[in-house]
Design a protein around this ligand. Structure first.
Ligand code: ADP
Ligand code: ASP
Ligand code: MG
Length: 407
């Protein structure tokens, strides 16, 4: 008998039929004698629908009220899933984040979990109940409702598993595991049996939204055994492992991409000490996160400075930069949101040279111009024009031998 935390995402609970199917699945674990704690998302599309309603009322949505609004989506699914379980003769109780309670900081819309109270859940488990917890939500010390950022139900599940020291945290979704790249873009993508925690963290950070980044960070911090599986069919899924020698000896494990990137360039910046700080200081002060940064070698006493931000921050960043450029005597500011980021990820890079050059060669053969490059120990990232996303990812997937033979 094991203690298992399961998370069901939006499509897995997208209709009443799906909710009934999930209840059947949970019941099978109970019949086997396992204790089960479940975190659920809102029905697919619901969080977007609610956000749209808010934008129809105001251009500046109060973050606190947005959290009150968005958390209703998960309150619907926990109640329905508990009803479906009870209907099958499986004792179950639903709880909102504040009932559990999942204590967070007060950063509305992207709060961090600080603590989870266990005693109520332990009592329910002792009574043989399935516990159904609303994903994505918590409560701060003053009792205000908070949310954990889009995709946050993954983090709820991992945090519950860490708090309860569960034997496994199972993330049920609409794909049967973590693939070499998004199977919606590359049908030849292969399911991985295992991926290292470090690789999963890079994949998520570079845009593979199959798991929320924070859920992977949390799992790593507390060593939570984590598995991604399909809620639609049975199968082994993908195990996130902490042992590097347990994974296949591949050069590259996966390819991640991110469409949300935007690029900003300041041309003709005086080449002198303190310029990077003068450019990026005001950006940081306005809470805009900077991702990649490239500064050219100076020529004629000036240099060009390029960096990327989330595309939602492009306009704000560009108007800040216009002011900085004037103060610095720079020539021009150019903003471009028609760019994407493609990253190769794999622990195999540590022991193999030439991965970056093979990546550049592959893109060159397709006539794809590389706008920016950055590397780390287990990743190579390039920024290219948006129109080349699919061509680039597919070409790299083939070049690095990731295509499945059966597709
Ligand atoms: P859920 O609603 O269950 O949380 P998500 O839509 O958040 O589901 O995550 C699952 C989706 O992630 C898949 O449908 C797939 O298109 C996408 N995805 C992106 N990269 C990958 C990858 N490397 N492996 C598997 N799925 C991926
Ligand atoms: N319902 C939230 C979202 O759509 C949280 C989640 O599904 O994980 O982002
Ligand atoms: Mg998700």
């Amino acid at each position: 008998m094991a203690l298992i935390v399961q998370k069901y995402g939006g499509t897995s609970v997208g209709t009443v039929e799906r909710i009934k199917a999930v209840a059947e699945k949970i019941k099978r674990f109970r019949d086997r004698g396992d204790d089960v704690v479940v975190a659920v998302s809102a029905m697919s599309g619901e969080t977007n629908r609610l956000t749209t309603l808010a934008t129809e009322i105001t251009d500046s949505i109060p973050p606190r009220e947005l959290d009150v609004l968005l958390t209703t989506g998960e309150q619907v699914t926990i109640a329905l899933l508990s009803m479906a379980l009870n209907e099958l003769g499986c004792d179950a109780r639903s709880y909102t984040g504040s009932q559990v309670k999942i204590l967070t900081d007060s950063t509305h819309n992207k709060a961090r979990i600080l603590n989870i109270e266990e005693h109520r859940m332990r009592e329910d488990l002792k009574l043989g109940r399935v516990i159904v917890v609303a994903g994505f939500q918590g409560v701060d010390a003053e009792g205000h409702i908070t949310t954990l950022g889009r995709g946050g139900s993954d983090t709820t599940a991992v945090a519950l598993a860490a708090a309860l020291k569960a034997d496994e945290c199972q993330i049920y979704t609409d794909v049967d595991g973590v693939y070499t790249t998004d199977p919606r873009v590359v049908p030849e993508a292969k399911r991985l049996d295992r991926i290292t925690f470090e690789e999963m963290l890079e994949m998520a950070s570079q845009g593979s939204k199959v798991l929320q980044i924070r859920s992977v960070e949390f799992a790593g911090k507390y060593n939570v055994p984590l598995r991604v599986l399909s809620s639609f069919e049975d199968g082994p899924g993908t195990l996130i492992t902490y042992e590097e020698d347990e994974v296949e000896d591949a050069l590259i494990s996966g390819i991640a991409f991110n469409r949300d990137e935007a690029k900003l360039t300041v041309l003709g910046v005086p080449d002198q000490p303190g310029v990077a700080y003068q450019i990026l200081g005001p950006i940081g002060e306005n809470n805009i996160e900077v991702d990649m940064i490239v500064q050219n070698i100076g020529a004629d006493g000036t240099t060009d400075f390029t960096f990327t931000v989330h595309c939602n921050d492009l306009q704000k960043a560009q108007s800040i930069l216009e002011n900085t450029a004037k103060a610095l005597g720079a020539r021009e500011v150019i903003g471009d949101d028609k760019v994407v980021k493609i990253s190769l990820v794999g622990v195999g890079m540590r022991s193999h040279a030439g991965i970056a050059s093979k990546m550049f060669e592959t893109l060159a053969k397709e006539g794809i111009n590389i706008r920016m490059i950055s590397t780390s120990e287990i990743k190579v990232t390039v920024v290219v024009d948006e129109k080349y996303l699919e061509l680039g990812v597919r070409a790299l997937h083939t070049a690095f031998g990731l295509d499945s033979e059966t597709a």
